[in-house]
Design a binder for this molecule. Sequence first.
Ligand code: ADP
Ligand code: GLC
Length: 490
Amino acid sequence: MRPLRLCLVASEVAPFAKTGGLADVLTGLGRWLGRKPPAGPGHEVRLFLPYYQRIAERDVATKPLPGASNLEIRFPNRTIRCSIRTTPLPQSDVLVHLVDCPELYGRPDLYTEDADEALRFAVLCRAVLETCQRLQWAPDVVHCNDWHTGLLPLYLRTTYAWDRLFAHTKTLLTIHNIGYQGVFPDSQLEALGLGEQRAHLHHGDLRDGRFSCLKTGVLHANKLSTVSRTYAREILTPEFGMGMDELLRTREHDLFGIVNGVDYGDWNPGTDPLLPHHYNANDLSGKAQMKAALLGRMGLPHDPRAPVFGVVSRLTAQKGFELFADSIPVFLQREDMRLLVLGSGETQHEKYFQWLRDTWPNKVAVYRGFHDELAHWIEAGSDVFLMPSRFEPCGLNQMYSLRYGTPPVVRRTGGLADTVQAWDPNTRQGNGFLFDAFTSQALAGTIDWVLRNWRDQRGWRELVKNGMRCDFSWEKQGPEYVGLYRSLVS
Ligand code: ADP
Ligand code: GLC
């Protein structure tokens, strides 16, 4: 079978621009898809994202993509000029194309609440298609990700429908998080060049004076996917669909759930360049050293017998930390344990974790912000990883923690349900701990159970090894995407 021409588009790609798992997925999937046989399937891959100010400031060596400078993207009342810069995706043969447009992306943050936020990502969509035209490169599949790329399938069907280059191009939209839909006033449609496409937009939204980029993508992409099997079922229900379940049910047969892969080149405790000590399932001594080093770094007393609970997360309602309020203090009061938190987000959660730290300064340490190296240290140096999510499309952190020998405590939802199996000390099967009800009591009961198992260190080592041996690599997960791409093309 011939290699496919694949165009992957997103608002984040690691290490260039990352706020969460989306960035890791684009990089891991892109790398694997482009890897030459026999190591990979050897597809022709181009990855597109905006050339954010942060990337420009980070000394990334980029150069102009020949033939793709001075693109003129025409909207009814203005023309946006941009150029494409390119750089290799580290550890791969894949090219990353960065849409260079200082007037839209020359801002301190990746995402803004500025009046032109919809335009910023509409330009990303159109710049992708204009670049393909300039290069006369006809993608077999344009793989869109999240709301930022939701308008692309519609532009392809309307603004670019005349161009035979795209006659056989198909689109896949992957929903990484339905909590973010890109909803804007419909008064902006004209400026986005979609004023005449109202018939192709979600009518209910238009009646309410708005439009949704994600819904538009769901209406027009040839196929849809999300990042775990369980979440693919969940978003068809009112509880998880966030107002999109009815629309998604109309496309149920085109919606697939593919669990995210892990790039074990980046996330492997045996080789991780961000760690001072390394280890593997047969020799865990480096993990004990990481625990001591981590506690030293965070300024907490070290005792090998006291379990360390780690958190690395965006601090948003999705992640379920409100369950801590009526559960964690009891354990901090009673148990000799440590809690390490790395994250930032909503003020109420940041304040709560600061309160925990102020109340138990010898047991709790908090780093507010984004810190890639510390994230790796916490995965490695903790004994237990906490992820009590209210909903979780897939989640990468629980898979990282499994590989780093740090059994996760998760709520049975979305990708957490698909990747974590409950530890049973009798059969010695399972890789972590799960609870069902979204209540503090359920979480507390599970932490209690964790602590009882922790006291049996022999059993605990089995649990750790079960997790470390799980394989969520892109080599395993990636072929599911290729199957989906092929089904679109045939
Ligand atoms: P989500 O995408 O919903 O945030 P995931 O578990 O899929 O959740 O991915 C989160 C990714 O972001 C992981 O790579 C995690 O290490 C990283 N991450 C989250 N918060 C931080 C932080 N404060 N500092 C460093 N990395 C973080
Ligand atoms: C989203 C989800 C997370 C998922 C990630 C990558 O941010 O919240 O569960 O792992 O995207 O797909």
